[in-house]
Design a protein around this ligand. Structure first.
Ligand SMILES: NC(=O)c1ccc[n+]([C@@H]2O[C@H](COP(=O)([O-])OP(=O)(O)OC[C@H]3O[C@@H](n4cnc5c(N)ncnc54)[C@H](OP(=O)(O)O)[C@@H]3O)[C@@H](O)[C@H]2O)c1
Length: 276
């Protein structure tokens, strides 16, 4: 078994390991990559326009990490296969995969078009499956792997206007459990990291509306939307020796919004801790 030599004193140390992050051109993907690099991992960064992530790659190299750029469109079968070949050509064990590339279409369910459904499901669900399959081939050879599928609070809750997205994220949760069972005996763990509401390019338009931000914030027990760094600890945990006996699980990092938090008292009373 090519298990990395875990330093007993630091279960979160990723030194000498190689981590692949998909959708690393912007947003959460870059935060995941940075967190893994800070923990010691070298990186494979994928994007549909890998030349555009050269400046980010330079920042990661400045941390002392090796960084490889790979073009990948997760909706294209040929691109998926080329990615697999490029990764194998590196001749390196891939220890960690963060399956992050994703997209969203926000529309009332009655307006969702056939193409909208295909875009979201093909990218988020089919794409994640086949990326995992490509990289698991490498992990199986080495009898070791940490796969982190990025889900969402929509993996466990339904939201109006997000039908295809919720279906894709619910699917990711189920896929995670299925792959955990498929690959556990190869020493590969598969978990789902499910962020709540974070402000990125994907949802920037929502945060332009102060009323909506107040509405959202009120429903989050921690009383603020997520900051991308709030995910650092969770991704490093699921990528490291620290989570060696955790598989098939969904870890929500959402400030508590998945508790279904609804005020059960009037606002003034709840602020004063008074029962009503
Ligand atoms: N932001 C949140 O609050 C939130 C919450 C829960 C889950 N998530 C999930 O977390 C992930 C990252 O979210 P984000 O907010 O950082 O989104 P983002 O800013 O829109 O970034 C999405 C990334 O996915 C890539 N991507 C999209 N379609 C692709 C395709 N066909 N092939 C390859 N790459 C593709 C994009 O690359 P290009 O540059 O090539 O377009 C980009 O790097 C997504 O899967 C998202 O659904 C986000």
């Amino acid at each position: 078994m090519s298990q990395p030599a875990a330093k007993a004193e630091n279960l979160f140390d990723l030194s000498g390991q190689l981590a692949m992050v998909t959708g690393a051109s912007r947003g959460l993907g870059q935060y995941f990559a940075r967190a893994l690099a800070r923990a010691g991992a070298d990186l494979i960064l994928t994007s549909r326009r890998s030349a555009e992530i050269a400046p980010f790659a330079e920042q990661m190299r400045a941390l002392g990490r090796e960084v490889f750029l790979v073009d990948l469109d997760v909706r294209e079968q040929s691109s998926m296969e080329q990615m697999g070949q490029q990764v194998e050509a590196l001749g390196r064990q891939v220890h960690i995969l963060v399956n992050n590339a994703g997209c969203n279409v926000r529309k009332p369910a009655l307006d969702v078009r056939w193409e909208d459904w295909n875009l979201v499901l093909d990218t988020n669900l089919r794409g994640s499956f086949f990326v995992a399959q490509q990289i698991a081939r490498n992990m199986v050879q080495h009898r070791y792997g940490r796969i982190v599928n990025i889900g969402s609070v929509t993996s466990v809750a339904g939201y109006a206007g997000l039908g295809p997205y919720c279906a894709s994220r619910g699917g990711i949760r189920q896929l995670t459990m299925s792959l955990a069972d498929d690959w556990g005996h190869f020493g590969i763990t598969v978990n789902c990291l499910a962020p709540g509401w974070f402000q990125t390019a994907q949802n920037a338009v929502l945060y332009e509306d102060p009323e909506w931000v107040e509405y959202l914030t009120d429903r989050i027990p921690m009383k603020r939307p997520g900051l991308p760094n709030d995910l650092d600890g969770a991704v490093v945990f699921l990528a490291s020796e620290a989570s060696r006996y955790v598989t098939g699980q969904t870890l929500l990092v959402d400030g508590g919004i998945s508790t279904g938090a609804v005020r059960a008292t009037r606002r003034a009373a709840s602020r004063q801790g008074v029962q009503q």
